[in-house]
Ligand binder design. Structure first.
Ligand code: ZN
Length: 669
């Protein structure tokens, strides 16, 4: 190729590459595979190496980063980059609306409407295009002066290097990192023994402010643009988004025009619930007065515009102080250290305790009594201590020491060989008995209404019950004598106990609180043995031979049913309750081998090595599974063969499990 032909080829390649970049990174569509796109880029690169004078600053090859910088240049923003004030509740939002209403005329008040956007946990940026070319990309900095990170932002594929507009265009947006990329980078950090990043924002900020753009390029940053500073005649904030989209910027399609504050509240409520489905983290929504004239009129207070507000989600992590570490004794005698916390609110709930799991976890966290710690709730479970802040220590903190004896019965503790925990080996330990009672009446066991820990404690303290079978022999008269126990509630309690005198075998087995026996194992045992009598007679070998039951579980069952005291307890139970056996289907268990894949939907993509697609389809169907042509949230598995294509991206987005050929073969074996 001569220079002229090369120029022609370069132009075409750039156009094609840019088109697919736009499809993939801006519109979330994929028409050609990553490797195909890479090979196009490689050709472009090779031609440009032959004719370096043909390299332009908007060439896709210029995204991979230039030379490392000594420091970032400072950039003065044409218009101050503001941040948002926060609000956390409906009341905060109503206050905000009232505050701004006072500054407006009656006519303007009637015209108020909103634009609501997802608030992404990323880093704010400004981009300036001149003559169509991306000239400057900068951080917010202090709002007036930011840092020039143009080279790094050029590596972000979602940001166009060129737009079809000759005027100078200034836009603002966010760079961020996906949840998947966050996990990937932290995994590498961990392997290298480097500190982990606390949140996606930290990585985005850390990556974009790298002096070496090659490091930035190695991290898959993404970007949304949400504000247009240049005047294109836009009257509303929604119009800004339309113009930005038309210019080729990636805007967040989830953002929404809201007619009223009620719509805003609904929008936020929706995303509070649905944010798990997004592949990036959001920490709330940003609400902006849609009418630009009104927005301008409202002006600025401090660093924030009055016409916009961040409506944050409840915080999932907060800091507090560890007042004490106490031991909780479980029904199997396990000693669990629990931190008593200075009361603090997380997601609207007051937290006073957090589990520390075991001695090893205390060592891992390095937590001392008196430490300031960060606590969080993973999902809706018991709060956890996430991290200790040793820099806030005063020197008065105390180390926690695991006791040598059971705090309840003073028996010497034994360290478990298989788990990182200490146990009280005394079966008659009062603390253990109490826990056993709590478990016995719990929802998945006997499920006795109105019989909570407080009443159990009193019954035990008064000596009215010694083991759970005694509950069924209680009379109204016994309870009514207890201080502050009303006649009516005594009657109700006796009634709800007697209602549970008939129980299924699986619930009964679970209620016994045998170590290592959860609900599902209890169901398996009930289905296999059918009666308490057969369980008592079962040999260890027989127990071990049951599907889903391993040697450890078999041993605990065997030991429990061969303990003299337990056998006595079983005799007592047989006198006071009726145990029925009717088979219960264990959740998730296949009903038989012929329908191993029943209820599972598969999507196949790419070529398989060991069979044709038709053969794979037949195999799935013969095992009771379904095969579908496209990925949806109802897909159970995506089987990704060679060159999987865009279905894989879609599956990732929808959190559909992706398996390779080997895993697929295991599944249909
Ligand atoms: Zn004890």
């Amino acid at each position: 190729m001569d220079k002229y032909q090369s120029q022609q080829r370069i132009n075409k390649l750039r156009e094609v590459i840019n088109h697919h970049r736009y499809l993939y990174h801006v519109l979330d569509k994929q028409e050609i595979s990553d490797s195909a796109l890479d090979s196009l880029k490689k050709e472009l690169f090779d031609i440009e190496q032959t004719y370096p004078e043909l390299i332009t600053e908007d060439s896709p090859t210029q995204r991979v980063g230039g030379k490392p910088l000594k420091e970032f240049k400072k950039i003065k923003h044409h218009q101050r980059m503001l941040s948002f004030n926060d609000s956390f509740s409906k009341e905060d939002m109503q206050d905000w609306q009232e505050r701004i209403s006072k500054l407006l005329t009656e006519k303007e008040k009637k015209e108020i409407d909103f634009y609501a956007e997802l608030k992404i946990d990323g880093l704010a940026i400004e981009l300036i295009y001149e003559d169509g070319f991306l000239k400057t990309g900068s951080t917010r900095g202090d709002g007036t002066i930011g840092e020039d990170i143009t080279q790094n932002l050029k590596t972000v594929e979602a940001i166009p290097l060129r737009i079809d507009e000759k005027r100078k265009v200034i836009v603002r947006g966010e760079v961020f990192i996906s949840k998947k990329e966050f996990d990937r980078i932290n995994k590498i950090q961990k392997e290298k023994g480097l500190p982990l990043y606390a949140n996606p924002r930290n990585i985005a900020a850390g990556s974009v402010r790298q002096l070496n753009p090659k490091i930035t390029a190695g991290r898959k940053l993404d970007s949304f643009v949400y504000d247009l500073v240049t005047d294109f005649g836009q009257q509303t904030h929604s119009e800004k988004h339309k113009i930005l989209k038309a210019l080729g910027f990636k805007i967040n399609k989830n953002n929404k025009y809201c007619k009223s504050l009620e719509d805003v509240l609904r929008f936020r409520e929706h995303w509070l619930k649905d944010r798990k489905g997004l592949d990036y983290e959001i920490d709330g929504v940003v609400v902006i007065i849609n009418n630009n004239k009104i927005f301008e009129k409202l002006g600025v207070v401090g660093k924030a515009p009055k016409g916009a507000i961040a409506f944050k989600f409840p915080q999932a992590q907060v800091h507090t102080k560890v007042l004490d570490i106490k031991i909780q004794i479980g029904r199997t005698g396990a000693m669990t250290p629990v931190a008593t916390l200075k009361p603090v609110q997380i997601s609207g709930i007051t937290i006073t305790r957090a589990t520390l799991h075991n001695e090893d976890e205390i060592k891992r966290l390095g937590v001392k009594i008196g430490d300031t710690v960060i606590v969080g709730r993973a999902g809706d479970v018991i709060p956890d201590i996430v991290k200790v802040l040793p820099e806030l220590r005063t020197g008065h903190e105390k180390n926690f020491k695991m006791p040598e004896k059971c705090p309840s019965c003073q028996t010497k503790l034994v360290r478990s060989k298989t788990e990182a925990l200490w146990r009280c080996p005394n079966h008659k330990c009062f603390a253990r008995q109490k826990r056993n009672f709590y478990h016995f009446v719990s929802k998945s066991a006997f499920d006795i209404d109105g019989l909570g820990p407080k009443i159990i404690d009193r019954l035990l303290d008064e000596g009215l019950v010694q083991d759970p079978s005694d509950l069924f022999e209680l009379k109204e008269g016994d309870i009514v004598l207890l201080e502050r126990f009303a006649e009516k509630s005594a009657e109700n309690l006796i009634k709800s106990i007697s209602e549970k005198k008939e129980i299924t075998l699986s619930r009964f087995i679970y209620a016994l609180g045998i170590r290592n026996i959860g609900e599902e194992t209890a169901i398996d045992l009930a289905n296999n043995f059918g009666s308490v009598k057969k369980l008592k007679e079962a040999e260890l070998k027989t127990l071990e031979s049951i599907l889903n039951i391993g040697p450890i579980v078999a041993k605990s069952v065997y030991e429990w049913f061969n303990d003299k005291n337990n056998l006595k307890l079983l005799d007592k139970f047989e006198r006071v309750i009726t145990i029925k056996n009717h088979p219960v289907i264990r959740p998730g268990a296949p009903s038989d081998d012929g329908a191993k894949l029943k209820g599972k939907t598969f999507v196949l993509t790419g070529g398989l090595e060991t069979m044709t697609r038709d053969e794979a389809r037949d195999k799935i169907r013969s095992l009771g599974g379904d095969v579908s042509g496209s990925v949806s949230s109802k897909t159970s598995y995506l089987v990704a063969g060679l060159e999987p294509g865009s279905k894989e991206n879609k599956a990732e987005k929808l959190n559909v499990k992706i398996i390779d050929e080997k895993e697929f073969l295991d599944l249909i074996k």
